[in-house]
Structure formats: C-alpha cells, structure tokens
Design a protein around this ligand. Structure first.
Ligand SMILES: NC(=O)c1ccc[n+]([C@@H]2O[C@H](COP(=O)([O-])OP(=O)(O)OC[C@H]3O[C@@H](n4cnc5c(N)ncnc54)[C@H](OP(=O)(O)O)[C@@H]3O)[C@@H](O)[C@H]2O)c1
Length: 347
C-alpha cells in the first residue's frame, strides 16, 4: 500500500479536485474521505465525475476519523480547520486548503476574517520568491502546509519577480481579476446563480475588502521586507472555473522590457508549472483548465509607465488542489510533479 491519505471536505469543490488529482498520483492513496452534510453518501453520489473513488463513503470530519493517515488534506470552509488541525499528530503531514494558516500577522487575520487566529504554516506555493530563494526549501522541511488562496497565488506569482528585482514600485499595484464562481465553493448563493451570472459580470469585495489582499501583500514582501499596497478587484464572470488576473505596477526608473523579461525568466525558467509566454503572447483561462499551470504574459506600457502582467490559472488546480499536492510532494521528498498534469483541456 502507498502513502495513506485522508481528504476532509471531499464533497466540496477543492476536496473533489484533490480526489481527482490524487487518483493519478503514483504514491499517494486516498483511503478516507470526510464531509459534513454528505456524511454516509458515496463519492460517486456527491461527485459523479470521480469514478475511480466512487465507492469511498464520506465519514464525519473529526480528529478521530482523520487519525492514522500519513497525509491529511483539509478542504474545509475557513475557520473550520484550525482547531481540528491542532488535534492531529505532529508527525502527520497536514495540508490546509483553507485560509486558517496562511497569514503570518494576527492583525491581518482579525482585519479580514472572523474568529480565532491559528498561526501561520509554511505557504504552499513552491515557486514563490523569498529572500533566500523560493518557498520550496521551506516546504522540504515542514509537516504543516497552508495552500494558497487562488486569487492570491495568481497575483503574487505574477508580480513577485518584478518587485523582488526592484523594477516596479511596490506601493502602486493594481490587479483586476476575471474569476469563475467555483472559487466561492459549492454552496449556493444568489450572486453565484446562473440567472445572476450567465450573460453578465459583476465585481465583488470592491474597495480593498477582499480576504486575499493581506495574503498578496504578505507574499510580495517576502524578498524586500517592504509591505506595499494593492488595489485588488475580482469580477465574477460566467466561466465555471479559472482566473484571468491583469496586474499592473508603476515602473521603476531603470526598468526596461529586456530587464523585466530577464528577471521573470530567471525566476520561472526552470519551473515546471509556471510559464512566461513569449513577447506579444498572453494567456487565456482555457489554456490552464484542469492543469497545474500558471501562464504569464508580460508587456511594458510605456505611455502609462506601467508593467502589465496577465496571469491565467485554474483556481481549483494551481490555485488550490494542485498547489496542495505539489507542496505535499516537496514535503514528502517525492518528485514535485508527481500526479500533476501540465496540459489543459481547451476548448
Ligand atoms: N474553490 C476554490 O477555488 C478554492 C481555492 C482556494 C482555496 N479554497 C479553499 O478551500 C476550502 C474549501 O473550499 P471549497 O470551494 O471546496 O468549498 P465547498 O465546495 O463549499 O466545500 C466545503 C466542504 O467542507 C465541508 N464542510 C462544510 N462545513 C463544514 C464544517 N462546519 N465542518 C466540516 N466540514 C464542513 C463540506 O461538506 P458537505 O458538502 O458534506 O456539507 C464540503 O465538503 C475553503 O477554505 C476555500 O477557501 C477554495
């Protein structure tokens, strides 16, 4: 038997995507799945597209049920994993897809989330630049991983190389994102209904209130130590999954397109899952659907004196479950790409 895995929240979108990816993983075997309202039902019943784990029965989400596994993935609403994770043994690898362990600042937590702050875990974006290299080296020595927010990973990876190199001003960042409603989870909400969304688009969490804002600023300060500022606006559009993030920043005086391309190539040229497209090319969401890839297109808008980075990813793969599995691979000493597709499903 391979490495024994439990997935909590397996009836949700992020949990379902974890099951889909883990079914193709050569080393990790999902033996336990849990939920809340779907306890007692099978995966085949609540996630009919997941044929290979169809017979697994959802159990209650508790520390007792999650005990006895080598790896536990938590895909629960934010606020639900902190207390639960604290009851799991230290030697178990725990990967939280929720927000409970992402923020290093307790003040940030209380400014954006209700409830108790549970402390920060190693951030689950291996490619993210740090003062010492990338987060990858920290993941290799951890038993606790906080998978990223989907919007936060898109914007952070899009802007980090330019900020780290001092080629843009960190206090004048703007990101406007087209996002699909699966980013908000499976539970029904009027603004996510087909009648509100099909044939339309609307912004939400406008004016600096979105919960991924402090996570992005935390990520972008990792190299320089300077907390910048960002105007961040997500726009719900009628695509089930995916994020297209258009991120811009004021250029530093010595920034040139050649230098900018060079720092992005240096940061991501060796990365299997982050690809910088050639000059003049920009990604579309459909190029990333189902894949653990983030695609980036760069342009220098000389008239506006701004760098423009367009980033596309699948919120449920590179934005959540793929990042979780990729980070777990690093922590377990497995090949980082194990079980992770790089090809999308377009059209
Ligand atoms: N969706 C994304 O694109 C995305 C991206 C990044 C991160 N995340 C994070 O991943 C986590 C899960 O998101 P999601 O989109 O998968 O949400 P979701 O579709 O609403 O699924 C939530 C899951 O949690 C279970 N659950 C709900 N309340 C619970 C409780 N009080 N105790 C235990 N289990 C409970 C649900 O079980 P039942 O269905 O059985 O009731 C379901 O399995 C969230 O923290 C979210 O922020 C999601």
């Amino acid at each position: 038997m391979g490495t024994r895995v439990a997935v909590a929240g397996a009836s949700g979108y992020a949990g379902g995507e974890l099951l889909r990816l883990l079914a193709a993983h050569p080393e990790l075997e999902v033996v336990t799945v849990t939920g809340r309202s779907s306890v007692g039902r099978t995966v085949g019943d609540v996630q009919p597209h997941l044929r290979s784990s169809a017979d697994l029965v959802l159990q209650e989400t508790s520390a007792e049920v999650l005990a006895g596994h080598d790896v536990v993935f938590l895909a629960l609403p934010h606020g639900e994993s902190g207390a639960l994770a604290a009851q799991l043994p230290d030697d178990v690898l725990v990967v939280d897809a929720g927000a409970d362990h992402r923020l290093t600042s307790e003040d940030d937590w209380h400014a954006f989330y209700p409830g108790e702050w549970h402390g920060a875990w190693t951030y689950g974006v291996p490619e993210l630049l740090t003062a010492g290299g990338t987060v990858r080296s920290e993941l290799a020595a951890t038993k606790r991983i906080a998978a990223p927010g989907c919007n936060a990973s898109a914007v952070s990876l899009a802007l980090a190389p330019a900020i780290a190199a001092g080629l843009v001003e960190p206090d004048d960042l703007v990101a406007v994102l087209a996002v699909g409603p699966s980013g908000a989870g499976r539970s029904s909400r009027p603004d996510l209904s087909a009648s509100e969304l099909l044939g339309s688009a609307h912004a939400y969490a406008v004016g600096g209130t979105h919960r991924h804002t402090p996570e992005i600023l935390q990520n972008l300060a990792l190299v320089t130590g300077v907390r910048g500022s960002i105007s961040f606006t997500p726009v719900l559009v009628p695509m089930a999954r995916g994020i297209l993030a258009t991120c811009t920043a004021t250029l530093a005086p010595d920034a040139t397109e050649r230098r900018l391309r060079a720092v992005y190539e240096e940061a991501y040229g060796g990365e299997p899952f982050v690809r910088v497209l050639p000059a003049g090319r920009f990604p579309a969401v459909e190029h990333t659907i189902g894949a653990n890839t983030l695609l980036l297109g760069l342009a220098l808008d000389a008239a506006a004196n701004r760098l423009v980075v367009v980033a596309a990813l699948d919120n449920l793969v590179k934005g959540t479950a793929g990042a979780a599995v990729q980070s777990a691979n690093v922590a377990l000493g497995l090949p980082e790409s194990a079980g992770l597709p790089i090809d999308g499903t377009a059209p």
